[in-house]
Design a protein around this ligand. Sequence first.
Ligand SMILES: [Zn+2]
Length: 145
Amino acid sequence: MTVLTRRRSENDQHETWHIYFADVRIGTIGIRAGAPISADQWGWSLGFYPGMEPSTQRSGSAPTFDQARAAFERAWQQVEPTLREDDFEVWRRDRDFHAWKCRMQAEGCRMPTQNSNGWSRCFCGEPIPIACEVHIYTVHRGIGA
Ligand SMILES: [Zn+2]
């Protein structure tokens, strides 16, 4: 069984934790911004996109971090059996595509769609066509991790 892990977000305003199942960010637990003092101070949301339909995502609130984490874990125990490896892979590919595209822009590389012949050169030096997904998902797998 894969254990859930968490990483603190870079948001300094409100304490927020990103929750990971292996390398897939499946949700968050964080302080609810602007919640009245009489209300639950912690919120959680479970779901990732693409890969999970928005209607299957879950969320809730709790008075403490530990209670929010327990509620999140209970929800995950219900949701995880409904997911397939392909669902996680869709999310990983989307993550890697966006990270690759940002790197292309940062390195000043043109996208194949920006050239009239439909070809360009990846920042790694490889010539790439418009349909360059295979290149991204093999050569640069995990670039966004
Ligand atoms: Zn490349």
